[in-house]
Design a protein around this ligand. Structure first.
Ligand code: FAD
Ligand code: MG
Ligand code: MG
Ligand code: MG
Ligand code: MG
Length: 551
C-alpha cells in the first residue's frame, strides 16, 4: 500500500515464477505500456523479450486491425479476422497483461493508477509501478458538441461494428414487414454518414457495394430503389486530407454510384429519425436542411482520452498543446522525468521547436563567448553546422533544409554575407512553420511503436555496458539511438470496388488492380499468420458465396 492515494501497489504477478524466462525478467526494469492498439503492439513486437519486465494495461483485451473495420460492418469480413488476443502477443515477450484502464500517472513515485470495473458495479483501484512508461492510449470519438449522439452509431471498436451490422440488417427486415409504409421504408433504408474522412467514406463504400451486390439476391428487389446513402461532410471535399486528385476521384465515383455527397454541410443535431444540418450554398449562405434516416454513423474525427488530458494537465508549463501529449523527437513526454515516460500514436504529437532549440543553444554559446547575442553574426560555415544539427535532431525538418545554401542567401536580407540574429530567427521560424504535425494513423502509431521497441533494446544493451558515471547527466536516449523519423508510406482508401492511393505526391486511383493492391498492403501488415489466414478465408468465402448477412 502506498502512493499519494494509499492504494495497493502491485509488486508481483501471478506468473512471475512460472518459468525460467519469467523468473529472469521479473528482476529486469519494469516497462509498462498503456494501450493495446497499433502503437502498443508495434512496440511489444519489437522489444527484446529478456531485457524488460513488460506489462500491458488496457481495457481492451485484443488488438484491433482498424483499417478493415468498415468491411466487417456489412459482412465482407468476419469480426474474428480483425482481432488478435493481446495475451498471445504479450506472451511472446514473457510479458503480462492487466485488463483495466489507466486513470492517472504519478510521475514522482513512478506509479500508474489503474481502475478495473467489476461485474457487481464496483471498481478496484491500484497502482502499477514502472521504470519506463509508454502511453499509447489512442483517441476517442469527438462529439463536436452536437446533441443527439445517443441515436448515432460509431465505428471505433469491434462492438461498434457489430452494432452497425445489426442495425443495417434490422432495418432491412423492418422495411420488409407488412404494414410498413413507403415513407417509413425509405426512412429505414436511408443511411447517413457524418464525416467524409477515410472511415466514413469506406463505410459508405462497403455499404453501397453490399446493397448492390448482395441485397438483390436475398431481399425483395423493390428495396433497392428505396435505399439511399448520404455523406455529410463539413469541408468542400470528401477525403480532404488526401491528394486533391484522389479526393476528386472519390467524389466523382460516389456521385456515379448515386451516393449522395453533401459538402460544406455541418450537422447541428441528430434526432431518432433524422439528421439536421446546415449547408452553405454556392453564395456561401447557410441553409438549414434535414435528412430522414434509419441509421446515422458518426465518424467526424477524434479527441483526447481522459487520461491523455490528465497527463497533459499535470505537467503545466511543459505541455502547451491542447490536442495531444507533446513529446520531444525521442518520443519522451515533455516535462516528465527524462527517459521515464514516452507517448506514441494518436494520443501524442512530436514538438518541433527548432527556433527555440537553436536560440537557446546560441544564447548559452554567446554567454560563454561573452558577446551580446543581438550583435552576433553567423557565418556561412556556422549556418551549415546549425543546419546539420537541426537535421539530426529534427528529422521531420530535413526535407525543408535541402537547399541549405540558398536559404542562407534568401534570409541574408542586408546581403552582408552573414546572418544577423534576427535574420537567423526569421529563417528558423520559417522552417518551423513548414513542418507539419504527424498524421493520426495506424501507420504512424505502428512506426513509433517499432522505433521505441528497438530503442529500448539498445538502451538495455547500453545500460549494461556503459559505466554509471558515463550515463549520469547524459542524454542516454540520444547517445544510443537516433530521433524518431516518420516515413510516409502513402495513404489509401477503399471507395467501392475501387481504391485510391496517395503516395508522396503520386496518386493512384483505380478498379480491381487497386483493390487487390489495397488488400495486399493491409494483408502484409496484419499482426499474425492467424489473422492473415482468416482474412484470406473471408475474402475467398465472400467471392464464392457472397457476404454473410447474419448479424
Ligand atoms: P489505438 O490503436 O486506438 O489503441 C489505443 C489503445 O489504448 C486501445 O487498446 C484502447 O483500449 C486503449 N486505452 C484507451 N484508454 C485507455 C486507458 N485509460 N488506459 C489503458 N489503455 C487505454 N489508420 C490508417 O493508417 N489507415 C487506415 O486505413 C485506418 N482506418 C481506420 C478505420 C477505422 C474504423 C478507425 C477507427 C481508425 C482507422 N485508422 C486508420 C486510424 C488508426 O486506427 C489509428 O490511428 C491507430 O489505431 C492509432 O493507434 P494508437 O496505438 O495510438 O491507438
Ligand atoms: Mg496503442
Ligand atoms: Mg488499434
Ligand atoms: Mg496512442
Ligand atoms: Mg546579414
Amino acid at each position: 500500500i502506498g502512493g499519494p492515494k494509499n492504494l495497493p501497489i502491485l509488486e508481483s504477478y501471478l506468473d512471475d515464477e512460472e518459468c525460467e524466462a519469467k523468473k529472469i525478467s521479473s528482476h529486469k526494469p519494469r516497462l509498462v505500456i498503456l494501450g493495446s492498439g497499433w502503437g502498443a503492439v508495434g512496440l511489444v513486437k519489437n522489444v527484446n523479450p529478456n531485457d524488460y519486465h513488460i506489462t500491458v494495461i488496457s481495457p481492451r483485451n485484443h488488438f484491433l486491425f482498424t483499417p478493415m473495420l468498415p468491411s466487417a460492418t456489412v459482412g465482407t469480413l468476419e469480426f474474428r479476422s480483425l482481432v488478435e488476443p493481446i495475451r498471445r502477443i504479450v506472451a511472446s515477450v514473457n510479458g503480462h497483461y492487466i485488463e483495466a484502464s489507466a486513470e492517472k500517472v504519478e510521475f514522482q513515485d513512478r506509479l500508474v493508477e489503474v481502475k478495473q470495473h467489476l461485474p457487481d458495479g464496483s471498481s478496484r483501484d491500484f497502482y502499477v509501478p514502472y521504470d519506463k512508461l509508454v502511453v499509447a492510449v489512442g483517441s476517442q470519438t469527438n462529439s463536436h458538441g452536437v446533441n443527439g449522439l445517443e441515436y448515432c452509431n460509431f465505428l471505433k471498436t469491434i462492438e461498434d461494428a457489430r452494432l452497425v451490422r445489426e442495425k443495417v440488417f434490422r432495418n432491412l427486415e423492418l422495411a420488409c414487414l407488412p404494414g410498413t409504409s413507403e415513407d417509413e421504408r425509405k426512412r429505414l433504408l436511408s443511411f447517413v454518414v457524418c464525416g467524409g474522412g477515410p472511415t466514413g467514406v469506406e463505410f459508405a463504400a462497403e455499404l453501397y457495394d453490399f446493397l448492390n451486390e448482395d441485397l438483390c439476391n436475398t431481399y425483395p428487389k423493390l428495396l433497392r430503389n428505396l435505399v439511399s446513402v448520404h455523406i455529410v461532410q463539413s469541408q468542400g471535399h470528401i477525403l480532404n486530407t488526401y491528394d486533391e486528385k484522389i479526393s476528386q476521384y472519390a467524389q466523382e465515383r460516389f456521385i456515379n454510384d448515386s451516393i449522395d455527397v453533401l459538402t460544406n454541410a455541418r450537422v447541428k443535431s441528430v434526432e431518432p429519425d433524422r439528421v439536421i444540418f446546415s449547408q452553405k450554398n454556392a453564395d456561401g449562405v447557410a441553409e438549414n436542411k434535414e435528412l430522414p434516416c434509419g441509421m446515422c454513423l458518426w465518424s467526424t474525427g477524434v479527441t483526447l482520452c481522459d487520461i491523455t488530458k490528465d497527463i497533459a494537465a499535470s505537467l503545466p508549463g511543459h505541455q502547451r498543446n491542447k490536442r495531444a501529449i507533446e513529446t520531444d523527437t525521442h518520443l519522451r513526454v515533455l516535462g516528465a522525468p527524462l527517459g521515464e515516460v514516452y507517448a506514441i500514436g494518436d494520443c501524442s504529437t512530436v514538438r518541433t521547436n527548432i527556433t527555440e532549440h537553436i536560440v537557446e543553444f546560441l544564447k548559452t554559446y554567446a554567454v560563454k563567448a561573452n558577446v551580446s547575442i543581438e550583435n552576433y553574426e553567423i557565418t556561412f560555415q556556422q549556418w551549415r553546422d546549425i543546419a546539420q544539427n537541426i537535421k539530426r535532431r529534427f528529422p521531420q525538418a530535413s526535407e525543408h533544409l535541402r537547399r541549405v545554401d540558398s536559404l542562407f542567401t534568401e534570409f541574408d536580407q542586408d546581403h552582408s554575407g552573414t546572418l544577423a540574429f534576427a535574420e537567423l530567427t526569421a529563417l528558423l521560424k520559417n522552417i518551423d512553420s513548414k513542418v507539419t504535425s504527424l498524421p493520426a494513423t495506424a501507420q504512424r502509431a505502428n512506426q513509433q511503436g517499432i522505433y521505441l521497441g528497438r530503442k529500448f533494446t539498445k538502451l538495455a544493451r547500453a545500460q549494461e555496458s556503459l559505466a554509471m558515471d558515463e550515463v549520469v547527466n547524459k542524454d542516454i536516449d540520444d547517445l544510443v539511438h537516433r530521433p524518431f523519423a516518420y516515413h510516409h508510406l502513402g495513404s489509401l482508401a477503399y471507395v467501392g470496388n475501387a481504391a485510391v492511393f496517395d503516395f508522396n505526391g503520386y496518386s493512384l486511383v483505380g478498379g480491381l488492380v487497386a483493390v487487390y493492391l489495397w488488400r495486399s498492403v493491409y494483408f502484409a501488415q496484419s499482426v499474425s499468420f492467424r489473422t492473415r489466414a482468416l482474412l484470406f478465408m473471408d475474402w475467398l468465402t465472400r467471392g464464392l458465396f457472397g457476404r454473410d448477412i447474419t448479424p
